[in-house]
Design a protein around this ligand. Sequence first.
Ligand code: KG4
Ligand code: ZN
Length: 356
Amino acid sequence: MSGPLLLSIESSCDETGIALIEDGRRIVSNVVASQVALHAPSGGIVPEVAARAHLRWIVPVLDEVWADAGVAWSDVDGIAVTYGPGLAGSLLVGINFAKALAWVHDKPLIAVNHLEGHVYAGWLLDPGEDEASRPEPIFPLVALVVSGGHTFLAEMTDHLTYRLLGTTVDDAAGEAFDKVGRLLGLGYPGGPAIQRAAEGAIRRDVRFPRAWMGDTYDWSFSGLKTAARRIVTDARAAEGLADEPDARLSEATVAELAWGFQDAVVDVLVTKTIRAAEAVGARSIVLGGGVAANSVLRDRLRSEAEDRSLPLIVPRPALCTDNGAMIGAAGARRFAAGERAGLDLDARPSLPLARR
Ligand code: KG4
Ligand code: ZN
């Protein structure tokens, strides 16, 4: 082992993730048990169901991490765990599991902010991946994190140093994807479903409104949801479905509306991120969070960053959505800075990353 080896645990929302991360970058083993199928029938996450599923899966996930790893407990230098933000019941499962492991194996415990994890996913290397092909993000940088619960833009001048530049004033981008996905009858989660539907759009000129929020780096997505509701109602009337609540819009219309919605979200996210990167003199851009799995967002941000000779660092899609590896990457920086949590560590459901 060249650097510290951390076992890292993520359970803040609806994925049970555990990983072994070496030197803050290298994935030794990374296992995620997703609850997406469990929550799909209710169209969203039910907190009690999520907490119980974490409890059911956390031991099997750990067993699989060891089965993949080829290392032993004696090689582990510490245990990193997400302590917020997230669902209290879900966070507590991971925290208590991490505490028990830390106590039994006599390892230090490191508390990690979930949002910081999404940023540090940009440092991860897959097993066997060549470091030269994935250089570390360069400071100063701007990080855009877009997930189901959060949407923010931060400047980082160094490791663990954040200045909040902008945030959503209402819904998170992923939440907007999920709500509009439901309006279009695409099921849960809406993000991947909208991306797939939009790929089939023939006409690509439907225009959803953009809330520019003046010169700020803030976003607002709740108006977009209201506009989507109106646009869907009009489309249903145009297809003669106004009085048939159970009839579905044609596939072609769903595809066009999905495309228009996605175009509006991507437009405001990319425009503000590029503007911020230029304003602070960033030398790279990091993109993270579940919505960063969206290929249109990735491609458009990459192309606009390339036009300005700015490297864009974006993890592969499975490392954008919640996972334990990103907690190990962030935890390694906190571990190196000497931070240790006590066995009295508690969940912080509303933990912020940084203040303005
Ligand atoms: O980061 P994440 O796994 O969990 C949170 O911390 O919230 O993000 C989940 C969110 C969901 O809202 C989901 O719809 C969205 O990420 N998402 C996507 C895509 N894949 C996941 N949104 C747009 N396009 C995608 N391909
Ligand atoms: Zn997340």
